[in-house]
Design a protein. Structure first.
Length: 147
């Protein structure tokens, strides 16, 4: 991961509430840091989607859940074709993984899209999943450039 770049995108309203990425918090000299301040949450998600090569969710709260589900939906709708990875540390996301399986079993999620989110128990597995990712062919092929 040497040479990696971490980009933090944070709405101005949250910049004093949340901890923004600080150079000192990114140890090991693995890469560079950029913090982008935006007006609102929708701008945050759009910029993150445009700038990233993969989406990796870490354990978190409601905001994390919402962003993970929205970016998963964007993948199914063909808005992006990037890997969606859940770093399932200590089984934190096991209930969500089961919920996704239940949705497939009940027919709410197409079986071809069941692996659109990849759950990984370690950073090494997450990196391997990112490097080997192939977007499912079952995603919608919509034209999002239509005005």
């Amino acid at each position: 991961m040497h040479g990696s770049k971490v980009v933090g995108v944070i709405p101005r309203a949250l910049s004093f509430q949340e901890n923004s990425i600080e150079e000192s918090s990114f140890t090991g000299g693995l890469g560079s840091i950029e913090t982008i301040h935006v007006q609102d949450m929708h701008s945050r998600k759009r910029i993150m989607a445009d700038k990233c090569s993969a989406f990796v969710s870490l354990p978190g709260g409601y905001g994390t859940f919402e962003e993970l589900l929205e970016i998963t939906t964007w993948s199914i709708l063909g808005i992006h074709d990037k890997p969606v990875i859940v770093l399932n540390l200590k089984g934190f996301f096991d209930p969500l993984k089961q919920l996704f399986a239940n949705a497939v079993d009940a027919g709410f999620v197409a079986s071809g899209n069941k692996d659109i989110v990849t759950f990984c128990d370690s950073i090494d597995l997450a990196i391997d999943s990112i490097n080997s990712y192939v977007a499912p062919e079952t995603r919608f092929k919509l034209d999002w450039t239509i005005s």
